[in-house]
Design a protein around this ligand. Structure first.
Ligand code: TYD
Length: 208
C-alpha cells in the first residue's frame, strides 16, 4: 500500500504524517516513512540543489526534471523495494506536488509535468493520497510563524505562485476523486491527525 500526503506549504502534513506513522507502527504495521524531494542519499543531494536559495537561476523545466529525477531514484532505491516486501509506504509529497508546483505554480502545465513524471515513475501512482486542504494565506502565515523553519527557495516564492499552486491542487483533487481524499487542515493538529488516521485505516481494512 502506497500512501502519499499532499498539500500547500504550512498545511501541517509533515507533523501529521509522523504522528500517523507512530500510531500505525504501534499497532504492528510494517511501515516506511519517507519524503520528497529526497528519501535516499542521492535524492537528498538533488533536493539540496532544488531548494538552495542561492540557485535563483534554476530554470522551471530544469526544476521539474530534478524533482522527477529525485523521485525516480527514491522509487528505485526505497519505495519499490518496500512495496515488494509488502510494507506500507507513507510518503510526504510525491507526484501531485510536481503537478501543482511545477505544473501550476511554474505554469508548465499539469499534463506536461505529468508526462515527464510518468517516464520517471513508470506509471506508479499512490493507492491513496490525502490532500491537506488549507488556503495559501493561512498556510504561509503558519510557515512564517514557525521560528525554527528556514524558508527555502520555494517557500520564498511570491503569493501569486502559491495561489497558482493551490488552484492546481484543487483541480488535481477534482480530477482524481477515486484516489485523493481531502482533509480540512485548518483544524487542530489532533483533529487532523485523527481524520487522516481513520481514512488510512479504512483503506487498510478494505473499506475504501
Ligand atoms: P517539503 O520539504 O515537503 O516542504 P514542506 O515542509 O513545506 O512540506 O518540500 C519542499 C518544497 O518543494 C515545497 O515547497 C514543495 C516543493 N515541491 C515541488 O515544488 N515539487 C515537488 O515535486 C515536490 C515533491 C516538492
Amino acid at each position: 500500500m502506497f500512501i502519499t500526503f499532499e498539500g500547500p506549504d504550512g498545511s501541517g502534513k509533515s507533523t501529521i504524517i509522523k504522528r500517523v506513522f507512530e500510531k500505525l507502527s504501534k499497532e504492528g504495521y510494517q511501515i516506511v516513512l519517507t519524503r520528497e524531494p529526497g528519501g535516499t542519499p542521492i535524492a537528498e543531494k538533488i533536493r539540496d540543489i532544488i531548494l538552495d536559495n542561492a540557485n535563483q537561476e534554476l530554470d522551471a523545466r530544469t526544476e521539474a526534471l530534478l524533482y522527477a529525477a529525485s523521485r525516480r531514484q527514491h522509487l528505485v532505491e526505497k519505495i519499490w523495494p518496500a512495496l515488494k516486501e509488502g510494507k506500507i509506504v507513507l510518503c510526504d509529497r510525491f507526484l501531485d506536488s510536481s503537478l501543482a508546483y511545477q505544473g501550476g505554480g511554474r505554469s508548465l502545465g499539469i499534463q506536461n509535468v505529468l508526462n515527464v513524471n510518468l517516464f520517471a515513475t513508470e506509471n506508479t501512482y499512490p493507492d491513496l493520497t490525502l490532500f491537506f486542504d488549507i488556503s495559501p494565506e493561512l498556510g504561509l502565515k503558519r510557515v512564517n510563524q514557525d521560528k525554527k523553519r528556514v524558508a527555502d527557495r520555494l517557500d520564498n516564492e511570491n503569493e501569486n505562485f502559491h495561489d497558482k499552486v493551490y488552484e492546481a491542487f484543487k483541480k488535481i483533487v477534482d480530477d482524481n476523486q477515486n484516489r485523493i481524499v481531502t482533509i480540512d487542515a485548518s483544524k487542530s493538529i489532533e483533529e487532523v491527525t485523527e481524520n487522516a488516521y481513520q481514512i488510512i485505516k479504512e483503506k487498510l481494512n478494505g473499506l475504501r
